[in-house]
Ligand binder design. Sequence first.
Ligand code: SF4
Ligand code: SF4
Length: 373
Amino acid sequence: MGLPKKGNRQKMTFMTRIFQKAMTGRTTANGGGPSLDTMLATFDKELDNFPTLMQPAPESKPRTPFDSKNVPREKMSMANMTPKQMLSALPVMLPLMMQMRRCSKLYDGTFQPTRAEADAAFMAELESMARAAGAADIAYVKVPNNAIFRDKGVPCQYAVIFTVEMDKENMSSAPSYDAFKEVATGYKNLAVIGNKLARFMRSNGFAAYPGTALGGLTDYVYLAELAGLGAIGYHGLLITPDEGARLRINTIYTNITNLPIETENEHLWVRDFCAMCKKCVRQCPVDAIFDQPRPRGDGGMQSIDHGACRDYFNQNFGCAVCLAVCPFSQVGYDAVHERFKGNPSAPQFRIPRYGIEAARPIDDRDAELAGHG
Ligand code: SF4
Ligand code: SF4
């Protein structure tokens, strides 16, 4: 394939600048490529508006950065999109960025709650609003300190966790532009729903701070497993009955103290299946998924080499091969469960439910599993 003609090259450069400016406020002309980490850092600054925050645990891990320092800008997928791809991505990316900014503006530190207990009618309305807005699942959790990323904080101790589903056909094409756009659409939907629900909660007197969909202040995958929505697979992604691994997660931090928090998780057999499946381990293009999750030294487990994943991810439209090939994404949770007869020799990884039961040490085969950021 030859180089585009000069006129087309100029058009592409112009569109690339517009695209990058819209996405991140930075352009190649002002010295930077797209930097999600820079944008997320501006959202994090809103935390300065709070005199006190719930703090991370001393052993909390940092948020996984998105930017690849070792990959030249011209090799990043975002810098190599065709004009057609950019035009098609803008209606997703622009609202995503705007909604994320709207979410961050709710952290201005001015909201004063008037209530801290919700009745059944309010919870039913909240859930029905979430589902009508496109949420696939919704659950609740008391946020443990070790779910808060190092150097971050959250304004409230409780959280609403919700998910959105991503289209099977688009995700099956990963790594591809179509899969990238589907993921971006998932994030946009999360941000829209987060804003909508948070405003509804506030209008009823409750504190509500939506996560920013991408990035965030806490480990959403960990919180979603704690909330009982599903189990974290060897690829580090949440696996749920209705979506497999084809989902994205967001949170709303709230002061509601009587949320209907689930105390059991019936999905942890998933990791017994993982221990014999390992399809994602074999098919990861850069061998970034460990053969078996490794103890991190802080009581948690690490399933992914983030550096190796990130560099490939940024050059290949967010990759997502592990999500696409996972049997739970392909044939579905029920079909896997029906055929799976158990794996008594599988190593067990069970998340300690901080605040609900005491954490047990890792040699009791009790651990947090961490994967993608
Ligand atoms: S591909 Fe297999 S090993 Fe990997 S997360 Fe899915 S079920 Fe688990
Ligand atoms: S997203 Fe990362 S971990 Fe998953 S297959 Fe791609 S490179 Fe591997």
